[in-house]
Design a protein around this ligand. Sequence first.
Ligand code: SF4
Length: 385
Amino acid sequence: MISSELNARFREIRDKVEASERLSLEDGLFLYEPEVSLQAVGELANYMRERLNGNVAYYNINTHLNPTNVCVYRCRFCAFRKDLRDESGYAMTDEQVLERGREATANGCTEMHIVGGLHHQRKYEWYRDLISLLKTNFPQIHLKAWTAVEIDWFRFQTKKSFRWVLEDMQAAGQGSMPGGGAEIFHPEVRDQLCEHKANTPSWIEIHKTAHEIGMKTNCTMLYGHVEKAYHRIDHLMRLRELQDKTGGFQVCIPLAFHPDNTQLSDLKKPSGLMDLRTVAISRLMLDNIRHIKAYWIMLGIETAQTALAYGADDLDGTVRHELIYHDAGAQTPEFLSVEQIKQLIREAGREPIERDTTYNRVIRDANDFTQWHSGESVDAELVTA
Ligand code: SF4
């Protein structure tokens, strides 16, 4: 395409965004063309980000809990899983789980992010009782637990429906669902990455069911491996379609693939430029999902900070005990202090706001940081995308 055609096509897309019109598959593919300036795509995404979320950037104070790394599946991109008899395989005891809860409370965490492997020998009740143990002992901490892959496995174990599993977990104390396991929905890619675990219709159905029972969820896209731009845009459009029906997604997290120690270790990790373009295009395509997260653990601190000017409005949390991406070679620190994450946001020219898992402002006791309560929803004033 010659430069005048390129400029005219970009102007068409800019006009659509400025008029709050939805972008098409062709628009999304055009924005991935290397000759389209990343700077221009970023500025457009930033315009939309500021219209939706102003000048603020969100973070939370959270911890991760991976109850087991033993997994029946062998996803090609996974560096975390272990075989049943692997000496580095583990399954946490109740006391270890409780210790994590005590540590989280002492550090003022508002959220535990709980995901892990699908252990060959642990029954459904082990997973459900873990939720109930935490909720009973630490009722204030929000449990964002189990990806759709795990919910699909629990259905297989119990022979019940997705709804039954989700309602049972909700009764035990699960508050919301993380967005993992989505990877890339298109079968040309998904079948190469993880042909056995929850398929695309199941992933979509599980999130739809969660939304129907009042459970908010997040969504993700794992990019930078064997997929092409077409698969990424197709993926974003499938998320957008479900959001049109339910409105239950809170945030989308584009996840950069990390190849170390995976079956795809011959691939290179995506460049910082690809990361920024994908964050920006996710912002532009997902006109009905309020928040886009730059997950600093995966992107690296500098790229995540820059992404706050390319469409992202959330950095995730301070994080403790992250294993999944560090096993795959992430070079980021194991956690950030509250002051560090606030400083990163301020350096990016944004105002840091602490949120809880479901995007309410967190109000902390001035004399005791570990005491807190949730205030108003940050999404109270909805803006049209
Ligand atoms: S990504 Fe999840 S389901 Fe796949 S092998 Fe790793 S732990 Fe198991």
